[in-house]
Design a protein around this ligand. Structure first.
Ligand code: HEM
Length: 488
């Protein structure tokens, strides 16, 4: 009976999956057909890039998901060159794998391409989050976010990041656990303190964490809108998150004006904002952006932090050099009794190089998506209106043309030969480039400081396989044991 039920479930899920793909594919085909212009261009300009669109409806999605994405793109790059077409996730796409092409899409001709996300993902985060927009709305929200994580704000944030790091590592002491999960706790805690300030009650924070985790699981699952799937649970949890945020907003509004708490947190920044006509952001706009930033900040940073632990663990000589650099700051701070300062985080040259090389090797954002808003002609090929374009970052970072011996972890390469412009894009480029990159780097610096001065960590089992969750991390999230160093 259980077996029959399981077969029936698999059957229903497969049918629904196919249905979603068919609807999506037919929607895309309509968009593509409508976009063809033709007039005034040569036959050559009407030529689609080389490559395969794979099977009807499914395209090459299965290949992308069953292979390591790096290999999926690398094999096609070898066969077709730096501009080729494919069909993944229900959309025809042009893949672009050169620094010039990435610049064209993200910077110089960015007006010809709009940000694009599957509707299910947009719904999960909230349609008013800045990533989904262009133009004035995007620009003003981006300015707010950039200001909130600018140098002055980060300087004030060092003690909070240090406290979050200390508490996370204390909770890990003496146990074997997934580094990635531990790092996710850390990046969530840093996200919450930067967004909501220091006054958020613990029980509210835990409610946020609980619902956020359900939303995150659904975000990364296949969007099947039937009860009890991760997706539909996530939709419910997203609604609940919205309600919790409304409660926090109402409470802040009720506070006396002379008691605004942490003035520089993101929530206050968004609540205080008025546009040229004096209009404030709506509660939904605030909520979508708060959840969007939390999403953008958490798994990304946690994945890179996990890789940093692996790379340092696997390179003992380098670890010694980093440790020597960090011990100097530790001694300066009276054996860790004083707090790390912003100025000290600016004087950690080897650690900075380790962070850059970890960002390159981890390349956790392998590519980004845009959609052509009109027919675009590039290098003699047509990118039809409505098609997706995907500038690849990871393949640039692993290209022999730009990084010598690219599979070797060598932080000093960034000192010897700084990368050519446009070849190192861990945080993207152009109008949508990551505004949180300095916050992410601050978290990395503070974690490395506390880790190497106070602890030892031992990786358990093999850490050479990679899983995608959805960002690449060592298999099992890098199982490791953390112990306090004898001197500490
Ligand atoms: C190592 C950690 C991180 C990496 C590798 C990373 C990477 C990226 C990349 C590649 C983009 C551009 C995507 C595109 O062009 O489509 C981006 C955008 C963004 N990131 Fe990050 N990010 C990280 C951490 C953070 C943090 C800590 C924050 C918190 C403020 C953040 C907030 C954002 C936001 C809000 C955007 C959208 C910007 C826009 O559309 O204008 N990220 N990130």
């Amino acid at each position: 009976m259980a077996f029959l039920l399981a077969v029936a479930c698999i059957y229903i899920v497969s049918l629904l999956t196919l249905l979603v793909l068919l609807v999506e594919a037919s929607r895309r085909r309509t968009a593509v057909g409508a976009g063809k212009t033709g007039g005034g261009t040569t036959e050559q300009d009407q030529k689609l890039p080389p490559g395969s669109l794979g099977l009807p409806f499914i395209g090459e999605t299965l290949q992308l998901y069953t292979q390591n994405p790096k290999d999926f793109f690398a094999s096609r790059l070898k066969r077709y060159g730096e501009v080729f077409k494919t069909h993944v996730l229900g959309c025809p796409c042009v893949i672009l794998a050169s620094p010039e092409a990435a610049r064209m899409v993200l910077v110089s001709q960015a007006h010809l391409f709009k940000p694009t996300y599957p509707p299910s993902k947009e719904r999960m985060i909230g349609a008013q989050a800045l990533f989904f927009h262009q133009g004035y709305y995007h620009l003003r929200l981006r300015r707010l976010v950039q200001g909130w994580v600018g140098p002055d704000a980060l300087r004030a944030l060092v003690p909070d990041v240090e406290a979050a790091v200390a508490s996370t590592l204390r909770g890990w002491e003496g146990r074997v656990t997934s580094t990635f999960h531990t790092m996710k706790t850390l990046t969530f805690d840093v996200g919450v303190v930067t967004i909501f300030g220091r006054r958020l009650a613990d029980h509210v924070k835990e409610k946020l964490r609980k619902h956020y985790l359900i939303v995150e699981k659904g975000y990364n699952s296949f969007p099947i809108p039937v009860p009890f799937t991760s997706y539909s649970q996530a939709i419910k949890a997203r609604r609940r998150l919205g309600e919790i945020l409304s409660g926090i907003l109402a409470e802040r509004r009720a506070r006396r004006s002379d008691d605004q708490g942490d003035d520089d947190d993101l929530l206050n920044t968004l609540m205080r904002y008025r546009d040229d006509s004096g209009a404030a952001l709506s509660d939904d706009q605030v909520a979508d952006n708060v959840i969007g930033v939390l999403f953008a900040a958490q798994d990304t940073t946690a994945s890179v932090l996990t890789w940093i632990l692996k790379f340092l663990h696997d390179n003992p000589k380098l670890l010694d050099a980093v440790k020597a650099e960090q011990m100097a700051a530790y001694e300066e701070n009276d054996g860790g009794r004083l707090q790390l300062t912003w100025a000290q985080t600016r004087r950690m040259p080897i650690t900075h190089l380790v962070i850059l090389e970890s960002l390159r090797m981890a390349s956790i954002i392998s590519f980004t998506f845009r959609e052509a808003v009109e027919d675009v002609h590039y290098q003699g090929f047509l990118i039809p209106k409505g098609w997706k374009v995907m500038p690849l970052f990871r393949n640039l970072h692993y290209s022999q043309d730009y990084f010598q011996d690219p599979h070797k972890f060598d932080p000093f390469r960034f000192k010897v030969t700084p990368p050519r412009p446009g070849t190192f894009l861990p945080f993207g480029s152009g109008a949508h480039a990551c505004p949180g990159n300095d916050l992410a780097k601050l978290e990395m610096l503070v974690l490395i400081h506390r880790l190497v001065t106070t602890y030892r960590w031992q990786v358990e089992g093999s850490s050479d396989d990679v899983t995608y969750s959805p960002f690449p991390v060592p298999k099992g999230g890098l199982q490791a044991r953390l112990t306090r160093a004898a001197a500490a």
